[in-house]
Design a protein around this ligand. Structure first.
Ligand SMILES: Cc1ncc(COP(=O)(O)O)c(C=O)c1O
Length: 458
């Protein structure tokens, strides 16, 4: 969340209630930053808030986000029916808790947790919370091991590529862990096996491997990283577990790349997180985390809540949390099944690949990735009298939200645009985007008159 400052009202901080279709008594002002002494009719309040939100971008044209912006109406109806349910009230809403349990089981199965059934997991508000929980488990386990060996547990570090999502840097700062960021470079934009192992030492609580880098969508080579860490353990005794950040890829790889080994098939993988609200196809916010067995989740992190006369173990940073997203996750599992998920993700990857090839065909652009990992890709401006930031601004005029940013440290002289293809972004919309990119290139090069020179002919 952005941090908002408490401000005192000034004369301009009044909300003008002057609708064009004035109802009696509506012409007035209310303070924006303080509570007004009295309220207003529901319809008026609705209209004010609704109208102000018209200035938000169109979520469906938001190609910046990995987060779901389209769901079926039946799912929306279910979510509306569940909007009052609090996920933590397991006693009051036992069936919502049951659906969460089924989702955890479905994911454990999808990620190849052992048949013996020791895998444990929960829902979260998103991957950020799930990553915090995964990181905490690694830290507590490492501390237990150090203390048992009579060694110092003062200086934990976490090894990860410099391309990790900011939640990992947050984890390290909030929980006093050194963030050991492995530089990425022009050849490898992600963590490599050799670099991961080379950065580990006896104080390393774990290695984070990302399935679907936030910067360019690429999968990190989890199996090779696990192999390098196996070698390290054999040669030095430094035995480092892996947490896989599958925020996006956790819902893509099982369906589109079943032969890529990145999950609990690798014994070194202790825990995996994914965002239900990304390629789990649910509106924000729901995430998931699964540990391979109870040994990977230290007991001291687990709290027990009273539940139907018994005890329900919980591990979470929040207490209250909406239940609707968990219900919607279960709806998606039921509705799509494995085949449906495969089809949806396949369509997104197809569109991402098609779009990246169309972009590559446009002279000024050069691909940084092509949508072969998660259905997202990045591209840069090769040679043109304008920058990625100009393209991003120009696209915004048409309603497209395509972010421009620099790559992680060591690659930060490279500025890119990134497009995330999600369910609901059709091939038709993608081709409209290509047309707009062509027009923007021409306009920015000055081949056509700029907008200001064009007459208004209505
Ligand atoms: C790789 C990765 N990890 C973690 C996150 C954080 O996820 P969430 O937005 O679900 O908290 C993201 C978000 O984009 C991500 O791409």
């Amino acid at each position: 969340m952005p941090l908002h400052k408490h401000e005192t009202d000034s004369a301009t901080d009044q909300l003008q209630i002057r609708p064009q279709f004035t109802q009696l008594g509506e012409i007035s002002e209310v303070p924006k930053l303080r509570l007004a002494p009295s309220g207003m009719p529901a319809a008026t309040a609705y209209e004010i808030v609704h109208d102000e939100l018209l200035l938000d971008g169109n979520a469906r044209l938001n190609l910046a986000t990995f987060v779901t912006t389209w769901m079926e109406q039946d799912a929306e109806r279910l979510m509306a029916e569940c909007s009052a349910k609090n996920m933590i009230d397991k006693d009051e809403y036992p069936q919502t808790a049951e659906l969460e349990r089924r989702c955890v089981n479905i994911l454990a199965d999808l990620w190849h947790a052992g048949e013996e059934g020791g895998a444990t997991g929960c829902s979260t508000t998103g991957s950020s919370e799930a990553c915090m929980l995964g990181g905490l488990a690694l830290k507590f386990l490492w501390r237990q091991r150090r203390q048992a060996a009579g060694k110092s547990a003062e200086r934990p570090n976490l090894v990860m590529g410099a391309n990790v999502q900011v939640c990992w840097e947050k984890f390290c700062r909030y929980w006093d862990v050194e963030a050991r960021l492995v530089p990425v470079g022009p050849v490898a934009t992600c963590l490599t096996a050799e670099a991961a192992a080379a950065h580990c030492d006896e104080n390393t609580i774990g290695v984070v491997a990302v399935m679907g880098s936030t910067y360019d969508g690429a999968y990190e080579p989890v199996a090779s990283i696990a192999g390098a860490l196996d070698d390290l353990a054999a040669s030095s005794g430094v035995d480092v577990p892996i947490h896989v950040d599958g925020a996006s890829g956790g819902f893509i790889a099982p369906f589109l790349d079943p032969n890529v080994e990145w999950d609990f098939r690798l014994p070194r993988v202790h825990s995996i997180n994914a965002s239900g609200h990304k390629y789990g196809l649910v509106y924000p916010g729901v995430g998931w985390i699964i540990w391979r067995d109870r040994a990977a989740l230290p007991e001291e992190l687990v709290f027990n809540v009273d539940y139907l006369g018994g005890q329900m173990p919980t591990f979470a940073l929040n207490f209250s949390r909406p239940g609707a997203q968990v219900v919607a996750q279960y709806y998606n599992f039921l509705r799509l099944g494995a085949h449906g998920f495969r089809q949806v993700q396949h369509a997104s990857r197809d569109t991402a690949r098609w779009l990246s090839q169309e972009v590559a065909r446009l002279e000024p652009f050069e691909l940084v990735s092509s949508g072969d990992g998660i259905p997202a890709f990045a591209f840069r401006v090769r040679e043109a009298p304008y920058t990625v930031y100009d393209v991003s601004d120009a696209l915004r005029v048409r309603g497209w939200l395509v972010p421009a940013y620099t790559m992680p440290p060591a690659l930060d002289d490279v500025a890119v645009l990134r497009i995330v293809v999600r369910n609901g972004f059709s091939r038709d919309l993608a081709s409209l985007l290509v047309d707009d990119l062509k027009r923007i290139d021409e306009r920015l090069r000055g081949a056509h008159p700029g907008r200001a020179d064009v007459g208004f002919h209505h």
